[in-house]
Design a protein around this ligand. Structure first.
Ligand SMILES: Cc1cc2nc3c(=O)[nH]c(=O)nc-3n(C[C@H](O)[C@H](O)[C@H](O)COP(=O)(O)OP(=O)(O)OC[C@H]3O[C@@H](n4cnc5c(N)ncnc54)[C@H](O)[C@@H]3O)c2cc1C
Length: 380
């Protein structure tokens, strides 16, 4: 057993930490208040190679594996959960193309996504198909005469969908086969018949836009089929296994950021003639927070290690995300409490962290769905 990061991973962590401090933190409150996508930060993440993490160098990426990605995402999330989420979700597109795409698709999309000119998104959820993704009704019927898929339907709650240059849309290419008729189709921004619907106004994660996608006789070339027809549901589930490690890393980062803020505040804030760090009751909060974070962190990195070494990671990824998201909610709650009334004001980042933490229990599968995945796996 070896719980150490390699020298290269430690260097990457330092780079990510510095980047988060210098480029991400100054915008964190601004993008939260303005509900604004930080395009400038995304461009800088491209320059530094973060947008290509996990994509092989031969396709324009920075190389690296899921451990590296989790390191970057958690460092970003310490300062701004939205920025971390944007990067984490962006990389799902590339991971899907890498795993299921053909050589032309890899050559076409991976360099654009890695070098950061292009943003990717992943569209599975529909108004009546959330946890029950198998209930999706969007169709993509092949028009044999033109060699195009014709998409009709609506996807909702899609992160980055309004800004993305290309989106993997899961749709029924053969509705008569139900789940076995679902396929992944790559839809590019600007394709006629594809429009952005409602832009959600949400509790947190304001820098990451969440939108509705509407497909109305939207035609895409047959060449945009990802993998084989009818394999879409399995591909989506595989992508989510990996994406859950990313959400776990976001959750750990949010919690670590909240603990850092709390420690700083506890040494500065004086009550009853001494810094509140000297009050045993408040110190116990810190003990709880640090313990929860340590446990959550190593479960996330264990899942990342399993995935990056090619091992089955479905159960551990679900456990890691489930556990880390509870940790993020509980730790940000305690951190806000430690800040007292000031924690409730937006002069401090705690109320933002508290709002941002909640989403980690919902997206890429709710906690209840993770419990379903874990219990099924344990019970066999
Ligand atoms: C900010 C944000 C960003 C998102 N980004 C994306 C994205 O980029 N791409 C994408 O495809 N989707 C995205 N989603 C959708 C997200 O994955 C879904 O919201 C989530 O899977 C839950 O689906 P739902 O909201 O329809 O809730 P529902 O499925 O309606 O669930 C309602 C409640 O019932 C519980 N429940 C449902 N089924 C069961 C069950 N079998 N057993 C026990 N409890 C159950 C749920 O856990 C939940 O508590 C995003 C959502 C949000 C809020």
């Amino acid at each position: 057993m070896d719980f150490k990061f390699t020298e290269a991973q430690l260097m990457l962590q330092n780079v990510a930490k510095e980047f988060a401090e210098k480029e991400v933190l100054p915008l964190a409150d601004i993008i939260d208040r303005e509900h604004r996508y930080p395009a400038e930060t995304f461009a800088k993440m491209a320059e530094i190679g973060f947008t290509g993490i996990g994509t092989p160098v031969e396709y324009g990426g920075s190389g690296g594996n899921d451990i590296d990605k989790a390191i970057i995402v958690s460092e970003l999330a310490k300062k701004c959960a939205s920025t971390a989420a944007i990067l984490s979700i962006h990389t799902i597109f590339a991971q899907a193309i890498l795993k299921f795409g053909n050589e032309e698709q890899k050559k076409q999309y991976l360099p654009l996504m890695a070098e950061g000119g292009w943003l990717g998104a992943f569209a599975l959820t529909e108004p009546n198909a959330g946890s029950d993704a198998a209930a999706a009704r969007t169709t993509a019927i092949l028009d044999e005469a033109t060699g195009e898929y014709v998409l009709n339907g609506t996807k909702c709650f899609i992160s980055g969908g309004g800004k993305a240059n290309a989106i993997i849309v899961f749709a029924l290419t053969d509705p008569s086969k139900g789940l076995k008729g679902m396929s992944g189709i790559i839809v590019e921004k600007g394709t006629p018949g594809f429009t952005i619907g409602k832009i959600e106004n949400k509790m947190g994660l304001h820098g990451s836009e969440t939108v509705e996608l509407i497909f109305d006789n939207c035609r895409v070339p047959k060449a945009n089929l990802l993998g084989k027809e009818g394999r879409g549901f399995g591909m989506a589930m595989t992508c989510l296994d990996g994406a859950r490690i990313g959400v776990g890393a976001q959750a750990v980062g949010i919690a670590e950021g909240a603990l850092e803020e709390s420690v700083k505040y506890m040494h500065e804030r004086v009550q009853f003639g001494k810094p509140i760090a000297a009050l045993q009751g408040v110190g116990w909060y810190v003990a709880d927070m640090a313990t929860k974070i340590e446990a959550a962190k190593w479960l996330v990195f264990y899942a990342a290690w399993l995935k990056s070494t090619g091992q089955n990671h479905t159960q551990v990824a679900a456990m890691a995300k489930y556990n880390a998201s509870i940790c993020a909610r509980e730790v940000t709650n305690l951190a806000l409490q430690i800040h007292g009334g000031y924690g409730y004001m937006n002069d401090y980042p705690l109320e933002r962290m508290y709002r941002d933490a909640k989403i980690t229990e919902i997206y890429e599968g709710t906690s209840e769905i993770h419990k379903l995945v874990i219990s099924r796996s344990v019970l066999g």
